[in-house]
Design a protein around this ligand. Sequence first.
Ligand code: HEC
Ligand code: HEC
Length: 432
Amino acid sequence: MRKLMWTAACSAMLLGTAAAQADFPKGPHGAALEEIQDQEFEKLGTSLEIPAGVDPEVWNAMVPKGNETTPERVALGRKLYFDTRLSEDGTVSCATCHDVTRGFTDQIPTSEGIRKQFGKRNAPTNLNAALLHSMFWDGRSPSLDHQAMQPIINPIEMGMENDAEKIAGKIKDDPEYQKMFQAAYGRDVNYPDMGLALGAFERTLNFYDSPFRRFMAGDEDAISEDAKEGWKIFNGRGRCMTCHTFSPSNPHGSDSKFHNIGIAARAQNFEELAQTAVRLLEEDASEERLDELAIGTDLSELGRFMVTKEKSDIGAFRTPTLTNIGITGPYMHDGSLATLWDVVDHYNKGGEPNLYLDGGIEPLDLTDKQVDQLVAFLFSLTDVRFADQNQKFMEQQQAQAQKARVHRDEELSERKTLTFERYHQNKKGDAK
Ligand code: HEC
Ligand code: HEC
């Protein structure tokens, strides 16, 4: 186990260098400059249409009444998304952590906000979030429109005081914004409408056109033979499909439910953390406080428990989307797994044991070849507009995985010997 953790940490460092190689001029927190991102965004060619392959009825049910996706609202949301003025020190925008040139995430383990502060959670991509039933790793926010107001007042992220007047005050005097708010919502510049406009904009970030999707639509040549085998493993022996559902109503590969898959277990002091959380949330049950604790403290590891206070939700996180997964590493709520090979290794060994582990997580007994096939399938889930980046990451991750394999204990990883058997073998050896 120590070896596996070492390789994960080591490859995380490698990934750091890889991400830094992107060729765009950078802002103060490592993201591409906002104006460059805006130009790159233009090239992606998004639209206000319901994405192909998604059931229109399902789609329409997810768009909140009163915030229908109009061109004026999307234009306003886009401007706000790239605007660093919404942060306390004027250096952070949504696009700092959800960078257009980095898969609409930041491609680092956990995100950096104002004054170079780091939170405890990995930034999920903003691509294909519109059909998720709740927002954040712990689902504490019900919708995109609601979610978008939270980072602005989170002390680590954008750090504004929770005062609607002060937040609106940052951009109130800008005549362009005055016009745009009126056109979008018929009201003056205000904070709640920022949330609505950002939500409307995010509903246009639909990137489902992957080789896998084309394969499912009948193009046999869209994915490799390995990826086809990987898809079979995904549905069969890997049992991935039980949580990462793919269907016309779930084209993103998430059941929108919460599971403990043995990532958070590394802290191992769940009981103590849970007691602290309950005490602190009794003192202050506000949404704002919950957001602070979830992002900024070790209580982050409790996951869904912070929202429901149900014991069975300890260490449980919402199943993330798998679409565009090739360009949104590192992985998991804490960014602790650097490559998709690390992710599949994690499932292959049955997660990290802990009291609250989901019953669906058991050792899989996949061979190295099957692991490679499953990973090939995962890399086929990225939209063709990001094909170059996807290819680059696949090659980098593969090189890292290859190196890790050389160091890995084959007996253990292929489960010819089980961990406890090895432990006893070693003890016997010591006694001699
Ligand atoms: C400092 C980095 C940072 C900034 C700035 C930031 N985010 Fe995030 N974002 C994150 C992190 C980290 C999470 C996950 C937090 C959690 O789950 O507790 C997240 C989660 C989200 C989610 C939920 C996605 C999902 O799959 O559940 C959405 C949507 C989102 N952010 C949109 C935005 C918008 C819109 C803005 C600007 C108003 C913004 N973010 C600003 C880091 C950031
Ligand atoms: C019991 C439900 C469940 C099963 C089964 C499952 N997953 Fe997951 N998956 C999750 C959850 C929940 C997370 C997030 C966990 C966390 O961050 O602590 C996740 C995270 C991931 C991620 C990282 C996503 C990201 O953006 O960070 C990948 C990739 C992934 N799973 C692939 C797979 C594959 C491949 C399989 C089959 C071998 C599989 N999953 C089986 C629930 C599941």
